[in-house]
Design a protein around this ligand. Sequence first.
Ligand code: ADP
Length: 259
Amino acid sequence: VGRHPTPQAGSAKVAGVDRIIAIGSGKGGVGKSTVSSNLAVALAREGRRVGLLDADIYGPSQPRMMGVNKRPASPDGKTIIPLTAHGVTVMSIGFMVDPDKAVVWRGPMLMGALQQMLGQVQWGELDVLIVDLPPGTGDVQLTLCQKTHLTGAVVVSTPQDVALIDARKALDMFNSLKTPVLGLIENMASFHCPNCGHESHIFGQGGVAAEADRIGAPLLGALPIDLDTRLAGDAGTPIAAGDGPMAEAYRNLARRFID
Ligand code: ADP
């Protein structure tokens, strides 16, 4: 995926980081952060050096999902030493703000925080940096796509129409910013009843594949609604860190990002 990225004019690389992949969505709550953390952990388990940047300014979930929540050290007062969890180097805007207070920032503050998290964090040598974007098409996405040399973006959506309509807007945004779309990921694609074995398509069926077809990008994976995925995320140990079918599903997804 994304082996031949289109370089963006005027965009900067992050020192030591080989590829930057942004994970976006149209709507919130579709599982973008869950997919980001699990993909990062799965890539690390495949032997890649992985960073995870939680840029979801308004609802940073990675401290909770990755099970790390303390203020990172800055011994020199200029650079920030990121935290490590489950084999992944993690930085979150959530480490820097009070989790109980709303972040009410204007564009320039958002952009300052983003630039700081990219440029002043000691990421070290990374094969891939996964960026968990805020939902939608706002200032953070714009800044990241314009100022940073992204390998590409991945859009997570559920198969539900209201999610897909917004996912399409995110896709259009990446397109107009000339950020290559590496593919789509369908989350909450189906529910397999653990009692009767019946499979239901709670949020609909086929919509994400159709959208991928429409824009000529691959459907990189389809992940079911899964209780253990939710519990693992809430407990700070992504399901991809364990064994079992969901860890395997994320491993398969991760392999789509490995040349
Ligand atoms: P977003 O980042 O798009 O806002 P999250 O990753 O925070 O979405 O997910 C929203 C909620 O749905 C979280 O509580 C998460 O644990 C849960 N969730 C996400 N994906 C799944 C899934 N495949 N199965 C079950 N629960 C999920």
